[in-house]
Design a protein. Structure first.
Length: 121
DNA sequence: GGTTTGACGACCC
DNA sequence: AGGGTCGCCAAAC
C-alpha cells in the first residue's frame, strides 16, 4: 500500500524513480475525473517541473494500468492526444467515461478537475 | 559533457 | 482569445 504514504514525504529509500511516482498518482485519478501535468508536478515537489510529468506520460505507453488520458494541461486541453494509439484515441477514452468535450477541451473542466494536492493527504 | 528537446505553466502583452 | 518569452530538468544525442 505504497500510496498510503504521501509521495513527497517518503524517505528517499522508499522512492522509486520519478516516472513511477508520476504513474502512481495518475493511477489514483478517479474514473470520470481529470488532473493536470502541473498539479501532479506540484504534488511530487516543486523541484520537478510539469514538463517532466509530460515526459513521464510520454514513456507510459506500454503500461496498461496508467490512465494517461485523464491528464490534460492547465486549460483542460487534451494536449497529449497526438501521442495516443490511433485505435484508442484520447478523446474516445474520455468520452467513454462520460466526460464531455468541446473540440480538444474538457467541457466542464473546473468541476472535473481532480487535484492531488487537495484530494490526497 | 554541452546542447537540444518537450503530452507544461506563469506571465506579459 | 491568442501569441511570445522564459524557467523548468531528465533523456537522448
Amino acid at each position: 500500500m505504497l500510496f498510503m504514504i504521501p509521495l513527497n514525504t517518503r524517505p528517499f529509500s522508499m522512492r522509486e524513480n520519478f516516472f513511477q511516482d508520476v504513474y502512481e498518482v495518475v493511477r489514483l485519478i478517479p474514473e470520470g475525473r481529470v488532473s493536470t501535468y502541473g498539479a501532479i508536478a506540484k504534488y511530487l515537489g516543486s523541484a520537478k517541473s510539469a514538463r517532466m510529468v509530460g515526459w513521464a506520460m510520454n514513456a507510459s505507453h506500454h503500461i496498461d494500468d496508467v490512465p494517461a488520458h485523464r491528464v490534460v494541461n492547465r486549460m483542460g486541453i487534451l494536449s497529449g492526444a497526438a501521442h495516443f494509439d490511433p485505435q484508442h484515441p484520447m478523446h474516445t477514452l474520455l468520452e467513454k467515461e462520460n466526460i464531455r468535450l468541446e473540440g480538444d477541451k474538457i467541457a466542464n473542466f473546473k468541476t472535473l478537475f481532480w487535484d492531488p494536492n487537495e484530494e490526497l493527504l
